[in-house]
Design a protein around this ligand. Structure first.
Ligand code: SF4
Length: 263
């Protein structure tokens, strides 16, 4: 048996990435339309009814962006469907401007902020972690897809840290190599919160496909390009679990199985 390696400290949750941009657009655009419509109603008596209708419609479009906490959780599916429509509708423009990732990350940050507020006072009891298979080193032969404990914890990728923490804290998690498998696993487990790590494109896809499940999302970094030896902030994942999820067991109760070997 090897000596236990110290795990990264969880720390506190970092500020969310650029959530303000998405919110400004998502809330600001319909509110601006509402102001224009009501101004039109005030000055154009002939079409006042239509102006008023447009104004009320614009206010209704802006309303979901104000929902927070329990109200957000109760209406989550509808709110997320609308937010995802905005994120997808403006994605081509962001791409044209060269800020596609910033736009998606801003949407993710806005989503995360609302999830943090919703679970700040009442932590999740049944959380599920979803990780992509590409965090495993491409040359590693450990069969972690079938059995997480097949990892030798050699320290060359973040799987070892995750495995140790998941065993110690009894976190429920899945490492999958296909998005549709991850969605299926999530729906079967019926979590009250998903903490998901993925690239920006898949994070947007995941939030769109599972609007009914609250998801806290953490972006991958891609130092070697898409889907190869990707990386993410393990302390960020730990902080999200510590902050948003009810502890299931004292950390010292379970000792991770440590096997001799190399990747
Ligand atoms: S054995 Fe090493 S390289 Fe392979 S998954 Fe575990 S930590 Fe990563």
């Amino acid at each position: 048996m090897k000596e236990r390696r110290a795990l990264p400290a969880p720390g506190s949750l970092p500020p969310e990435f650029g959530g303000g941009l998405f919110l400004w657009v998502r809330r600001g655009a319909p509110l601006a339309v509402a102001v224009l419509a009501f101004t039109g109603a005030a000055f154009h008596a002939g079409g006042r009814g239509w102006w008023m209708l447009a104004g009320v419609g614009a206010l209704a479009a802006a309303w979901p962006s104000f929902l927070r906490g329990d109200a957000f959780l109760r209406n989550r599916a509808a709110v997320m469907r609308q937010d995802c429509l905005w994120a997808h509708a403006l994605r081509p423009l962001a791409q044209w401007l060269g800020h596609e990732d910033d736009w998606i990350l801003s949407f993710c940050g806005h989503n995360n902020q609302r999830v943090r507020e919703a679970f700040g006072g009442r932590r999740a009891k049944r959380a599920l972690i979803l990780l992509p298979h590409c965090i495993q080193m491409a040359r590693c032969k450990a069969g972690i897809l079938d059995d997480l404990q097949a990892c030798y914890d050699c320290g060359l990728c973040s799987v070892g840290d995750y495995m140790n923490a998941a065993l110690m804290h009894r976190w429920e998690g899945r490492i999958t190599n296909r998005s549709h498998k991850a969605y299926r696993e999530a729906r079967e487990y019926r979590p009250d919160l998903v903490v998901a790590v993925s690239c920006t494109d898949r994070l947007l896809k995941g939030l769109t496909k599972m609007p009914e499940i609250p998801c806290y999302v953490i972006p991958l970094s891609l130092p070697h390009g898409m889907c190869v030896d990707t990386d993410f902030s393990v302390p960020h994942l730990f902080a999200a679990m510590e902050t948003l999820v009810e502890s299931r067991r004292p950390a010292a109760e379970i000792q991770p199985l440590r096997r001799e070997g190399i990747a």
